[in-house]
Design a binder for this molecule. Structure first.
Ligand SMILES: Cc1cc2nc3c(=O)[nH]c(=O)nc-3n(C[C@H](O)[C@H](O)[C@H](O)COP(=O)(O)O)c2cc1C
Length: 241
């Protein structure tokens, strides 16, 4: 922790940051400096993520021509008229490259056996669903039998569950990214209102990648926030046992 930040100050600051973030739908045209974008992306990837396989990619769109095209892909919505849009892709197939890469790039002189075994054997077994999901179906059968007697991890055991797997981690990175921009006085708006097919045609990513949201970023303009903040009471979504 920074030595000028006491735990109490850090808590106050985080509370403030979370409460201060709102969906911003009107942006000034001022560009977002590259060093700010870079810092925020580096904070985004510090998000917790499944088995540290980091199943995400960020496409940074700054060029006016590309932004114009994205505005149309985003159904010409107000929030998409921003000086910066970051496309967040969840990558269900990321484990294939990440498993050997983690062993190769391990940040200690010797890769511990437990790490090597995990990324060479356990993780590929867990995440490889095989062609047409055949391996996943076999795993489901296996977990049904073994799970009869003891708790077992039952998913992901299909390609659909791999999509959920990747989206979970990517969404956590998205929140980090929004708070990182917020802490630097830039507003953001996460957007899922876009034409997925046109987006893929424009940005040419793999068909298995999932664009979980487009994040508009910039300095908030006049009347940037549309309405008061509203959330249901916590009793409606929290159970204490
Ligand atoms: C996954 C996701 C998709 C969203 N899509 C859009 C969108 O397409 N356009 C938009 O203006 N806001 C969008 N929002 C913003 C939400 O409407 C907004 O976060 C919500 O109303 C709560 O307001 P607050 O963020 O100001 O607290 C989206 C938010 C999320 C998390």
């Amino acid at each position: 922790m920074n030595n000028h930040l006491t735990p109490a100050l850090a808590a106050d600051y985080l509370d403030w940051l979370i409460k201060e973030r709102r969906a911003i739908r009107r942006f000034l045209t001022d560009p977002v400096p590259d060093d700010i974008i870079q810092q925020c992306l580096e904070l985004a990837v510090l998000a917790p993520n499944s088995c540290n396989l980091q199943p995400w990619e960020f496409i940074v769109v700054k060029s006016p021509e590309m932004l114009e095209k994205l505005h149309s892909v985003c159904l010409n919505q107000r929030a998409a008229k921003a000086p910066l849009i970051i496309v967040l892709l969840a990558k269900p197939g990321a484990w294939k490259k990440a498993c050997p890469a983690i062993i190769q790039q391990w940040p200690e002189p010797v890769v511990p056996d437990v790490i090597r075994t995990f990324y060479a054997r356990t993780a590929p077994f867990q995440y490889d669903q095989g062609t047409w999901g055949v391996k996943g179906a076999l795993k489901r059968l296996l977990t049904c039998v073994v799970g009869w007697r003891r708790p077992v991890m039952r998913s992901p055991s299909s390609h659909a569950e791999m999509n959920v797997w990747a989206v979970k981690s990517c969404a956590l990175a998205a929140e980090n990214l929004m708070l990182a921009f917020q802490s630097r006085q830039y507003g953001t708006c996460p957007m899922e209102g876009f034409d997925e097919r046109r987006l893929r045609r424009l940005l040419k990513y793999d068909s298995t990648d999932i664009p979980i949201m487009l994040l508009a970023v910039g300095k908030p303009g006049e009347k940037a926030v549309y309405g008061p903040r509203f959330r249901f009471d916590s009793e409606e979504c929290v159970r204490w046992l």
